[in-house]
Design a binder for this molecule. Structure first.
Ligand code: 26W
Length: 856
């Protein structure tokens, strides 16, 4: 997106005067290089001038750079440091207020945070965006180019990690005292490149040249134990007590990332742990075996926080992943205990009143066993009061119903890594089995499904069951998902613990996903209804007044077209494909998964291509199919689908016979910053998962908010999007959850559909031939096989015709510009519910019992 192509007014919504290039007051401290420097918010000072001085000073004093030789990266860091000054002041003020009030706090435990870039977001949050832009431009810099120097902080896989990032934004914006805990992975999610259409992974060494946001806090280093064995020792009253011995020690060093709220003084912390080996650790090994073993063990200590596991479906039971989860949880719990007990009035008695811990999926669920261990073994507390504290502290969010995504650890591995925790889990299980017996006497079936230990075959610890039992509240992430959690996944627990299950429909932060990502639409909206929507998304409803106003419709469509022109330029650069901004931009961007059914989209593309080849005069609305998706490196079928889309796309894009009526662009390396470019340019949002499989989806919300119409199944939050935008303003097709269940119950056979539907059969066979990969037979064999021989587990064939027919309705509507504009506007206007501010208020009121603490 070049800044030249943007209307000059887009960032003038609040402070047009700050666009000045330096004619304002120059405070003397700046002029003379004296100290302290003035504040960009200081009354009377021109923020552009102050920012310029701060940037220049950081360039010299921190980066040792002359303005003449500074690179975009230097400018980015210097500007980051300039805004950081303000954020750090607010951070200190915020922590002081929280401490002085001994405020109840939320501790969000997540193995993933997909933060993306922080620069633009923090400039907007602090109100310094215009000042920084003006300052950089007055120094001859291209603001867009400077922003591009920032590498995404991609410490997550997909929806779950991005949700955590949106939540942090809302928590700070709404003044909730919060600390996010996670891991400071040295390598985030892999970088994706395509080689002959196939995904190739490269390491994402995002922090190699430093991270200007992370503040290391060596003084809060934690020491944690793993491995070893449990022995029984006798205390001074002759009671046998377990003692965890011969452990290995790992150090966790925290790095703090400030999270600035928008339009408020609150700055919370994201505290991320990196692992280090201890000196003793070295020495012990050194004395036992010698130098090489010592160094090897040291390397292990430094490995724990090396890399984010790139899976978001199957847990492959890797030891390092379990160690990573425990390392994170143990460091975080110790740190929050230290924080709790440093306030003189605090004790274990008021611990659950001051501390709320939210577990983001089961990944940190070992925290339940760890807090029990601390209470029992380190504080000699009895079981019942300890269990009471634990179950008043934790709450758990479930993000998936897919059985293969539910974490289970082999008992043998658990015993090796965390022997004492396994004992505690068995003890929790004994207690649970007694409850189950009391509720359903002599019912072994109920015991088998509720047990924390899966007994069939290889014994496993079921982390989801542990999380349910050890939490006071369990929530799903969309209404349908929560209903299915209660009805299908955990019906026994729902009966055993009435009221424990709640729904909290996901949300997205409007700051990043509309205000920052789509400056043109933001300016148009603010022009009509003012600026308050940024903190109160329900205000967008006011736009309904203009849905039938031709001038507003035109303005809305002009914004969309300009965003599409920007994306078209990006597609040209990244894919080498020419696309027209006048075509319909049909977008599917998300992790690659069979259940998300990118291959259903592909079959429809093939059908269109075939129709065009058979009738080149066919009148269809020109379309660009935009994809972006990473596949887990070990997920062969997902990689096969990526290659199929790329190879088919290349053939279509190069085929002059169809006169460019359809194009396919698969943008490589999907990440937050790429999503921010694609979403504002989307006309159509593909949300086509098999009903019952997508817990919520959040991309669906981002796209609808930016004026894309949804084509989707009645799955996840699509159901609620339909409720909000109205059924006339969304394209719903396909089997419902009930119909999917029926079909499976009665025996689904994809061959029946294959034989019945001539066009579908033709495109599946076409894909299965070597037409798209000349000389390479069976290139898409895995995909072909999954659709037919393997029984089409995600019902692609069953939904194909409904999908294809629904796409005809999309085509029809797009021909009527005004009708399309009307529906697009209604989508933006009616997405207020999907602000993560609403979600966070619900969590705060109904789960965390947390009150805002404003910082003056
Ligand atoms: C391999 C371990 C593993 C298993 C599952 C890692 C990560 C996962 C996540 C549950 C995957 C995920 O991101 N789930 C998504 O969470 C979003 C936020 O709630 C939802 O909107 C998506 O529907 C859900 O797929």
């Amino acid at each position: 997106m070049s800044s030249a192509s943007k209307p000059k007014s887009t960032r003038n919504m609040k402070s047009p005067k700050s666009e000045s290039t330096g004619a304002g007051t120059v405070p003397s401290a700046v002029q003379h290089g004296g100290s302290p420097l003035p504040h960009p918010h200081q009354p009377g000072a021109d923020p552009v001038v102050v920012m310029r001085a701060l940037i220049q000073r950081h360039l010299v004093s921190t980066l040792a750079r002359h303005t003449g030789s500074a690179t975009p990266r230097d400018w980015w860091i210097a500007t980051t440091l300039a805004v950081r000054d303000t954020i750090h002041e607010r951070l200190i003020a915020t922590q002081a207020v929280h401490n002085a009030q001994n405020a109840r706090r939320l501790y969000y435990f997540s193995l993933e945070y997909l933060m993306g870039r922080l620069f633009g977001n923090n400039l907007l949050a602090t109100g310094l965006y215009d000042a920084a832009k003006g300052a950089l431009e007055s120094l001859g810099q291209n603001f867009e180019q400077v922003r591009e120097a920032e590498v995404d902080m991609g410490l997550g896989n997909g929806g779950l990690g991005r949700l955590a990032a949106c939540f942090l934004d809302s928590l700070s914006t709404l003044d909730y005292p919060t600390l996010g805990y996670g891991i400071y992975y040295e390598f985030g999610l892999f970088k994706q490149v395509f080689s002959h259409g196939a995904q190739v992974e490269h390491p994402d060494n995002w922090m190699v040249f430093g991270d200007p946001w992370g503040i290391i806090r060596p003084e809060y280093t934690q020491e944690i134990q793993i491995y070893g064995r449990v022995e029984n020792v006798f205390d001074d009253r002759g009671n046998s007590r377990p003692r965890w011995v011969e452990t290995k020690t790992i150090l966790g060093v925290p790095h703090d990332i400030p999270i600035a709220g928008y339009g408020t003084k609150t700055v919370n912390l994201l505290r991320l742990w990196s692992s280090r080996a201890t000196e003793d650790f070295d020495l012990a090994a050194f004395n036992r075996g010698g130098y090489v073993e010592a160094v090897r063990e040291k390397a292990m200590g430094e490995t724990l926080s090396k890399v984010l596991y790139p899976n978001d479906k199957t847990e492959n039971g890797k030891e390092l992943r379990l160690v990573q989860q425990y390392f994170f949880v143990a460091c975080s719990l110790r740190d929050l205990l230290r924080r709790h007990f440093r306030s003189p009035g605090n004790s274990w008695t008021n611990f659950p009143e001051k501390v709320a811990v939210q577990l983001n999926d089961t990944h940190p669920a070992v925290a339940i066993a760890e807090l029990m261990r601390i209470l029992l073994d380190e504080h000699a507390m009895a079981w019942d009061p300890a269990w009471d504290i634990v179950t008043r502290t934790f709450a758990y969010t479930n993000h998936t119903l897919l059985p293969e995504a539910l974490e289970k650890w082999s008992v043998a591995l658990f015993e090796k890594v965390l022997p004492r925790h396994l004992q505690i889990i068995y003890q929790i299980n004994d207690q649970l089995m007694r409850q189950v017996e009391a509720r359903w006497p002599h019912d072994t079936g109920k015991k088998r499904v509720c047990s924390l230990i899966e007994e069939d075959g290889h014994k496993k610890v079921r982390m989801a069951n542990l999380a349910v039992v050890g939490s006071h509240t369990v929530n799903g992430v969309a209404a349908l998902h929560t209903a299915l959690l209660k009805k299908s996944l955990f019906p026994e627990f729902d009966q055993l613990y009435p009221g424990k299950f709640q729904n909290k429909t996901n949300g997205i932060t409007p700051r990043r996903w509309l205000y920052k990502a789509n400056p043109r639409l933001s300016a148009l909206i603010s022009d009509k209804i003012g600026h308050d929507w940024v903190r109160d998304l329900d205000q967008l409803r006011q736009l309904e007044k203009w849905v039938d106003d031709p001038a507003f419709q035109e303005a809305f469509m002009a914004v969309k077209r300009a965003n599409k022109a920007d994306l078209a330029a990006q597609i040209k650069i990244e894919c080498g494909v020419d696309v027209s901004p006048d075509a319909l931009f049909d977008v599917q961007i998300k992790r690659l998964h069979e259940y998300k059914r990118q291959h259903l989209n592909l079959l429809h593309i093939l059908a269109l291509y075939r129709r065009l080849l058979q009738n080149p005069a066919l009148d269809i609305v020109p379309r660009v199919f935009v994809f972006a998706a990473k596949a887990a490196p070990g997920y062969e079928l997902a990689k096969n689908i990526i290659r199929a889309i790329n190879v088919v796309g290349a053939r279509i894009n190069g085929d002059a016979r169809i006169s460019g009526k359809i194009k396919v662009a698969f943008l490589p390396n999907y990440r937050v910053s790429l999503a921010e470019r694609i979403i504002p340019a989307a006309d159509l949002s593909e949300q086509i998962s098999t009903a019952g499989k997508e817990a919520s989806g959040t991309g669906n919300m981002k796209l609808a908010l930016n004026g894309a119409l949804t084509i989707g199944t009645l799955d996840g939050a699509n159901v609620e999007i339909r409720e909000e935008v109205g059924e006339d303003n969304i394209f719903i097709f396909g089997l419902t959850v009930e119909e999917v269940e029926q079909l499976h119950a009665h025996g689904y056979n994809p061959w029946d559909i294959y034989h019945r539907d001539e066009e579908l059969r033709a495109v599946i066979d076409w894909l299965g031939s070597d037409y798209f990969t000349p000389g390479e037979h069976g290139a898409f064999g895995p995909l072909h096989h999954s659709l037919l021989q393997a029984g089409d587990p995600y019902l692609v064939l069953a939904d194909f015709r409904a999908y294809s027919d629904c796409q005809l309705r999309v085509d029809e509507l797009y021909r009527n510009r005004s009708a399309w504009a009307r529906q697009a506007i209604l989508n933006s206007a009616r997405c207020g519910k999907f602000s993560s501010d609403r979600t966070i208020r619900e969590y705060a009121n109904e789960i965390w019992k947390l009150s805002p603490v404003p910082v003056k």
